[in-house]
Write a protein of this length. Sequence first.
Length: 268
Amino acid sequence: MLIKRKSIEKVESSRPASAPAPAKVRKPKYAPVTLSELDGVRYLHFGTEWVQGAMRLRKPNWPELEYAQQMMAWMLWLEQPRHITQLGLGTAALTKFCYASFPAAQVTAIELNPSVITICESMFKLPPNDERLHVLEMDALDYVNDKAHHGTLDVLQVDLYDATARGPVLDTPEFYQACNSCLSDDGVMTVNLFGDHPSYARNLKAMKFAFAQVICLPQVHDGNVVAIAFRRERKIDLAALTERAAQIVADTRLPAKSWVKGIASSMK
């Protein structure tokens, strides 16, 4: 099934369907990749004021933005993932953190825009590919639809935004079903959504269609909402999650206790 991409970064031809195909296949056009810096933090933009990612210069492997930290909430259930994949590279915050924090795991990042990969390598301290790290220039939809990836991922982190940064560019039930298919039986997906936008309800409905269980953390100050989707339904044991959160804080300094509080509030 073909799923239309809404991104303004990839300009589609306005040629009528009945018109003959052009002699040359047009390459995708992307919004310009731009940078800014403030108070020791470097930000990525796609030609607008909207922030697509950030890196604190003195802590390049740390996920600086609060929503990026929440994208690691799958750690409450999975301690030793074997394969973690990010759809959408951004500033490589999640990719770098996972690569550094889980030395036994394969880490894959999928990015459509080659300029984003280049800028991450030159300005955001993304390490080169090796036997564990694979940053691939390709469409996220092609990746999840490839049956070779089905059942291979313990963790899938989805952060697919266009230049306006107002909603994910892939949001259909079919897309999320393909994401589900890529996960192992105990696999967990986290998705960056934008709470104050029509795309939020659409994505949540699509995820609930495709996954056995979906939990949303409270909206952070900049409007992001992180959804946690499980391939199989899990009993939410707040006492066990609190104990696990304390270990995550001790090991990584991620604010995992706040994740548990958010999960508890979503259950009321």
